[in-house]
Design a protein around this ligand. Sequence first.
Ligand code: AMP
Ligand code: MG
Length: 479
Amino acid sequence: MDFQHSYAALPLAFWSAVEPTPVAAPRLLAWNTALADALGLDPALEARAAAVFSGNAPPAQARPIAMAYAGHQFGNFVPQLGDGRAILLGEVTDPRGRRFDVQLKGAGPTPYSRNGDGRAAIGPVLREFLVSEAMHALGVPTTRALTAVATGEAVFRDGALPGAVLTRIAASHVRVGTFQFFAAREDHAAVRTLVDFVIARHYPALAGHANPPLALLEAVVQAQARLVSAWLQVGFVHGVMNTDNMAVSGETIDYGPCAFLDEYHPAKTFSSIDRRGRYAYGNQPGIAQWNLARLAECLLPLLHEDGEQAVAMARAAIEGFAPAYRAHWLAGQRRKLGLATEDAGDESLAQDFLEALQAVEADYTLSYRALSNAARDDAAGLPKSPGMDAWLARWRERLARESGDPAARIAAMDAANPAVIPRNHLVEAALSSAAEGDLAPFNALLAAVRRPFDDGPGQAPFMAPPALDERVTRTFCGT
Ligand code: AMP
Ligand code: MG
């Protein structure tokens, strides 16, 4: 592989050199052909993937490092985290000139492992593979998975589980927590170095801006507003939005206890460690803004030499989140509701649909999908309730004021409202089968979630919501 090493070229405080720890018996579990092609990788790599991406035989040009970062975990600041089980091999450039990190997750201990073993179990590895592929297919910015390799070794969590290594492809792995690592040490020169790195890597249009740290902050605010809006549109609950799990690129990163809503409720959490619901579905925009405020704090000394002016600039930038988020959310809802024009009542129309779903615990995904049918005058698939009847009447009246071709509207709605999401109960079932050696359910589910807008006959088994006794209420952190 043709690697570059721009991150490893940063000063020593940013990273630690560390070799992956070899594993006993690497075996390829999943290879992402579409991603390998998109990255312009040599197809012959697949045959060597188990050895290469387990870390047993890293490419000759790799320069493996673990990255330093800090972070607020559930609101508490931890000054030193870092890649405790992830190792960056290097960066590759795709045929369109875009640069990506190639990182092994679960490749053995690093100087940042603290008490951890540096390893990952097959379940969390395949969960990240599956859900990140689903997110990509849904059009949500995300890191991606190139390979999953079984290690042939056990990892010990509650009991012994088969181990695996994920190869993650990311626009970069710079997090809000990376800025916090240096800001907490009052190393403002390093923060400035990171600002320049991130601008060059992700926001090149900002180069030469009069105030680069401010421009960067504003750009990250916009990227996160767009990202979190995209999450809410598809019913995604990240589950662990700590500042070390928020990438400044605006990609979704770190699929731990994540889940998709079945029945709609804004207070929904799934993570077994999120007891107070800090990262509940409907809290995600507020948490994103809170995390961005932590980024702004890191940048304060660079924004303006006068402290008060710096705070005023930071505050103005952070206050930009809510209107940006709201605009993305409303635009997304208009697409979901089949509205091509704008009307002042659209926001409450969209909110009231959600309230009608919540009142009867209706399935989030299938209810939106059923609106295409309802646009054809058949409300099949929508919950039957007085609230929904009243809402449908209002929506039909609103649609009557749209001028476009109804068939085109239905096609556009079907392209905005997925039929297939990675249903939690199917994900859990696929991962348990995989842990017992049967990859068939995983592969079938992966194929289905890669075509989320297709509701053809083969997709039916993956569309159905869980029966009451199949509902997953808790997911477990991927550590
Ligand atoms: P996460 O909850 O996956 O975002 O991880 C939070 C922090 O714990 C990061 O610094 C990880 O590198 C570290 N960590 C998680 N799992 C392990 C592990 N098995 N071994 C070492 N470090 C870990
Ligand atoms: Mg993390």
